[in-house]
Design a protein around this ligand. Sequence first.
Ligand SMILES: [Zn+2]
Length: 280
Amino acid sequence: MSSHPAPKDADQRRAVRPVICYDPATLPDPGLAALRAARAGARKVGELRVPPREGRCFGVPQGQFFRITSIEGPQVGDLNLWSAADPSERFYSGKTRALHGTHLGPGDRMWSSFPHLRPMATVTEDTLDWYGIDAFGGSVHDVIGTRCDPYSHHLLSGGDNYHHCCHSNLTNALAKHLGQSPRQAEPLVHDVLNVFMCTGFTRDTGQYFMKASPVRPGDYIEFFAEIDLIGGLSACPGGDCSTQHSSDAAACHPLLVEIFAPAKPPANRPPPAPSGYVWP
Ligand SMILES: [Zn+2]
């Protein structure tokens, strides 16, 4: 509710046309055709299942592909990425959102944190790319959410503790992967790519919303690893995120991660160098 009167030219000010902040045409070409050609000759070299309401980490060498598949029932996954060489270089959801928009699809990249700012992974396939943007402004695979976490839950629920939030699952999985304690690993956990989650902002109040994911068993999203990666994936306790999360109430299902190695690497594609920006 506003407490200040609108100026005489309020309508005129509101009518100013928006400008896209970052022109995607100025970004490096993701080279999707070459990636898909390399993927056509790839063989499967590994897989793991992420159990419901848990998290797991996995390694993907530069030049390989990883696929996340919904199996058994509709399920949302919270994805973190770290550079295997230096996990302090990690996925930067906010800048990825500014560069590509609120939801990712084929050809979009997952960019890393400063001072690196380079593509960590490129989305190569998405069986939900038919969904588009629905009448509520919702779409799939967002970089607008953060991850469900025990601190917000504690704040909002009146002190109830819940230990299988995606933040907790990712922290425990990374701690195990790095041989650290959860307290040591926790600061490396970051805002996620919400795989399969259907989200948006309400048009009238600008509030973050979720709705039942359109994902069905067999749907997948696939990525090319631009650098050596550690991936972290949590099978969200919200299940398909149609009603609630941060509890054991929702029906939850496992997620499948598969790794594929191409027979021949994609042509002319060295690992991206960290940002060339130099401080004065
Ligand atoms: Zn979650």
